[in-house]
Design a protein around this ligand. Structure first.
Ligand code: FES
Length: 922
């Protein structure tokens, strides 16, 4: 939130979207505030308040500007155009193109992108791809990888009519129909956590530790509050009505809402002030009555597990939160059977999710005693459980209503604003809202686990792998969050998708005084893949074998056994993925060779290849999803879907599945999504599980209601259905039936209800990590082509070719979008992203890929149908990311001869490695 600086004149008159508008300028420091708060134009999104993300881009006198940087007082008499503008044919064309090309995923960047695109085409009606990229360069997108955005703008510029796939009855699966929530995203009407709240809300602001570790004590809070008119409450741990703890698993619920006497990481909450917006914004941290005594922090894995290291939590004297273990065969024997062995140490950094929407929401205590929380989330049912424990009430007294979610990637699986809002509303008995600043979001929420990995692998002369072992330590930061999941998922996946008879993997999640690490697209598997794939390159090189051939030889496939002893009976399409990329590999290798042979020394090209696999859903844990479809007495067909769509498109994909299985068109459905008071629990949106698990539940719910219809009509199973008001028409050959839904419903609201529950079949892992941890796996392979500046160490990724086995692409365009976005995040992991607490807590110092960083991308979809999945589908959200970074590292090595074992490969690191460790490893 911005501190309000009253402008000279409190009334500002300007033209907004073509209409003369006068607003109270005293409420607005910036144009963004003026538009959002003064005009109600919440299509102007706030992502950083510093001009770094561009989400608030609008046109000011026809030029794109970041509205958060323009003082409100400078806008008098000027013309502003926002995404809400009507009667703007160019903007309208762009909206339709964004819809047709699936250029909006979560939609948080979409208004800014649309305005930047409008600016671009107004100035240059026929821009090239490069000119479009240049024009959009000020707006960050974390979801799409920019590919479809640029395509959409290019299509408008070159007069291409948007081609929208039609979803015919029973034939929507496999078609790229536009996302069902798309119009809200391109029109600026999608409401995120910060976009809507009751007008009488109090505001909440958190007082946070600026020390990695500190003891603290409060002064006279009552007197301080009395001296600050407008502050209605100061909240501390003493105000928590239930348990001052939250976390993912019951056994590791270790994070306090407000710290108790000592903070364990920089950014931890100790108190919150609640009051009018002006009063809350006027509070200066330095004036708040808290005394800090900084203490020596433990900030690295090695120090935290050193002998005599202080325990960060009394429950874990050695600072080891949890251990993971897998053993198959005899790894000593396996190494001895190999002709060559490769080994190495690897290090990866904290990575920030950098979703464009910072956490936000509001809460109120309803008169029936139910705490109602509206906030962005990936896991409404888990949020409800956490808040109930914190308030000390049954879960039925908490209702979570998810707002639109402006990206998550795992970072919104943990609660953030929810407990704070609940306690504020509980104590004051008034509605309360809060919006995290970008810095607050980055400093206080979870990250990708930094890792320190040692790995060793052996292979025979003919290339067949014989042994693999890994020891991986993950820095879980001050609190557990998803640390146990990372420690348990990595041993299963660490080998990569290869046939290896002898395997031993050991992991630890270790407490430190760093920012808590949690879930981030892959749960540790991307880090492990960097180590494993580098060793695959090492082995291939030592044997003298082509890297693609080496992987193809060892690729796991149908009938093969995984390191957990699971036989892959179906859907294991890695060989097909590699085969699909063979042509890309040969062409890229030839082009790199030609380039390096004929061009100057300075820029060398390299090509890398990497494979991945990823289990869909929880590891050996029950993982159910429940879906409901109702047909009411008036013919209203409603899909009650508890799976939150965080931009990946699950609302659309699940609807396609339900529509085809039921036999009614997607247009007939209304839907309710994620509201815990209305929808069954579909589980969290994570682990690439919604298409596979919730998709199957949706299919079963549709099958259930169709079965009831068929029985009611007494017709054959192939009957065709159509809804006409309160009549359901059923036709089976010459037999026609009309079901009067009002008669069927009688006194009930619903005439028909279908429910489906699906829990993927898995088994517990034994003490050696043997069992069936996942019902199915996604597989993929990617090839990266890079150009390295040999003088300065810069790396430019030129092209990524990605082949992924998705079982069945329910909506191919959305699947491609996931792969594009995953590649962008993998590129960031490899080359630029490194979160350092206290130093990179904004989007200026913490860099994520811009449109200018994205390479050309080729996607090849492999559909090796999964019998367990809905219409054969599996998940793709996390698989899309995992192979990218190792493929890029392999390409850097190919270009330079240097193996980089620490990411991100920043230019100075590569420069140093090329000069001083040319044959060694950094
Ligand atoms: Fe661009 Fe989500 S669609 S940030």
């Amino acid at each position: 939130m911005n501190v309000v600086v009253p402008v000279a004149s409190t009334r500002i008159t300007l033209r907004v979207n073509g209409a003369s508008t006068t607003v109270d300028g005293s409420c607005a420091a910036t144009l963004a505030d003026l538009l959002r708060d003064g005009c109600g134009l919440t299509g102007v999104k706030i992502g950083c308040e510093a001009g770094d993300c561009g989400a608030c881009t609008v046109l000011l006198d026809g030029e794109q500007v970041c509205a958060c940087l323009v003082p409100a007082g400078h806008t008098a008499g000027r013309a502003v155009t926002t995404v809400e503008a009507r009667d703007n044919p160019l903007l309208d064309q762009l909206r339709r193109a964004f819809l047709a090309h699936a250029a909006a995923q979560c939609g948080a960047c979409t208004p800014g992108m649309l305005m930047a695109a409008t600016d671009c085409l107004q100035k240059n009606p026929k821009p090239s791809h490069q000119e479009i990229a240049d024009a959009l360069g000020g707006v960050l997108c974390r979801c799409t990888g920019y590919v479809k955005i640029v395509e959409a703008v290019h299509a408008v510029a070159h007069g291409e009519q948007p081609r929208v796939a039609q979803a015919h009855i029973g034939m929507s699966v496999g078609r790229s129909i536009p996302r069902v929530d798309g119009w809200a995203k391109v029109s600026g009407t999608d409401l995120f956590g910060a976009d809507d709240a009751p007008r009488d809300c109090l505001w909440v602001r958190v007082i946070r530790s600026r020390h990695e570790r500190a003891a603290f004590s409060f002064g006279d809070l009552a007197s301080w509050r009395a001296a600050h008119p407008g502050i209605e409450a100061v909240l501390t741990q003493a105000d928590i009505p239930g348990e001052n703890r939250f976390g993912i698993f019951a056994s590791t619920r270790d994070q306090p809402v407000f710290a108790e006497g000592e903070t364990r990481f920089r950014g931890e909450a100790v108190a919150a002030v609640v009051g009018t917006r002006a009063a809350v914004e006027a509070v200066r941290d330095v004036d708040f009555p808290v005394t800090w005594i900084p203490l020596e922090p433990l900030r690295a894995i090695d120090r935290a597990v050193a002998e005599n290291a202080r325990a960060i939590h009394a429950t874990h004297p050695d600072n080891v939160l949890t251990r993971g273990y897998l053993n198959r065969g005899d790894v000593t024997v396996g190494h001895s059977q190999g002709s060559v062995t490769a080994e190495g140490e690897f290090e990866t950094a904290f990575v920030e999710h950098a979703y464009i929407e910072p956490e936000a929401g509001w809460a109120r205590l309803n008169t029936n005693g139910v705490m109602e929380i509206h906030a962005c989330t990936q896991a409404p049912a888990m949020d409800r459980e956490s808040v109930a424990i914190i308030l000390g009430v049954p879960e039925e007294r908490v209702r979570i209503v998810p707002t639109a979610c402006g990206g998550g990637f795992g970072g919104k699986l943990d609660v953030s604003v929810q407990p704070l809002l609940a306690v504020a509303a509980w104590v004051t008995k008034k509605p309360a809202r809060m919006i995290y600043t970008r810095t607050e979001s980055m400093a206080s929420t979870t990250k990708r686990h930094p890792s320190h990995i040692r790995a060793r692998a052996s292979a025979m002369k003919d290339g067949r792998l014989t042994a693999f072992e890994m020891r991986a330590d993950f820095n879980t930061g001050a609190y557990a969050s998803w640390g146990p999941t990372v420690a348990n998922r990595v041993p299963v996946h660490a080998t990569g998708p290869y046939k290896i008879p002898h395997v031993r993997n050991r992991t630890r999640a270790i407490y430190t005084n760093d920012t808590p690490a949690g879930a981030f697209r892959g749960f540790g598997v991307p880090q492990a893949a960097i180590a494993g794939e580098t060793l695959m390159d090492d082995l291939a090189e030592r044997i003298g074998m082509d890297r693609w051939d080496f992987r193809r030889l060892n690729a796991i496939g149908h009938g093969d056994v995984t390191p957990t002893g699971q036989t892959l009976h179906a859907s294991a399409g890695l060989p097909q993925c590699l085969d699909a990329l063979k042509i890309d590999w040969e062409q890229a290798m030839w082009e790199a060779q030609m380039h390096n042979a004929t061009r100057a020394e300075r820029y060398r090209r390299g090509v890398g290849v990497a494979c991945m696999w990823y289990g869909c859903g929880n590891t050996s844990l029950s993982n159910p999803s429940k879906m409901r479809i109702t047909l009411d007495r008036d013919g209203k067909l409603v899909f009650w879907n508890g799976a939150v769509d965080i931009g990946q498109g699950s609302s659309t994909v699940l609807l396609q599945i339900a529509s085809d299985e039921l036999g009614l068109p997607v247009e007939d459905f209304e839907f309710v999504i994620g509201d815990t008071a209305l929808t069954p629990d579909a589980g969290k949106t994570s682990a690439s599980r919604q298409t596979f698990v919730s998709g199957k539940a949706a299919m079963l719910a549709a099958r259930d209601i169709r079965r009831k219809i068929i029985r009611q009509a007494n017709v054959g199973t192939r009957a065709r259905l159509s809804l006409r008001g309160a009549e359901l028409h059923v036709q089976d050959g010459d037999a026609r039936r009309v079901i009067d839904l009002r008669v069927l419903a009688g006194a009930e609201e619903f005439a028909l209800v279908g429910e489906g529950v699906y829990d993927p079949p898995t088994t517990m892992l034994d003490e050696n990590g043997q069992g069936v941890p996942y019902a199915t796996y996604g597989f993929g392979a990617q090839i990266a082509e890079v150009e390295v500046d040999m003088r300065l160490g810069g790396v430019k990724v030129l092209h990524v070719a990605a082949a992924h086995d998705v079982g069945r692409a329910i909506n191919p365009q959305l699947v491609e979008g996931q792969i594009h976005g995953g590649i962008a995040q993998g590129l960031g992991l490899a080359l630029m992203e490194e979160f350092i607490p206290g130093r990179t807590e904004n989007l200026h110092d913490y860099l994520i890929p811009t449109v200018g960083d994205m390479p050309r991308v080729t996607v090849r979809l492999i559909e090796d149908r999964e019998p367990e999945g809905p219409f054969g589908a599996k998940g793709v959200g996390e698989p899309a990311l995992i192979a990218t970074a190792p493929a890029i590292l392999g390409a850097i090595r190919h270009a330079t001869g240097v193996t980089m074992r620490r990411v991100p490969v920043l230019p100075h690191r590569l420069w140093e490695a090329m000069r001083f460790h040319r044959v060694g490893h950094v």
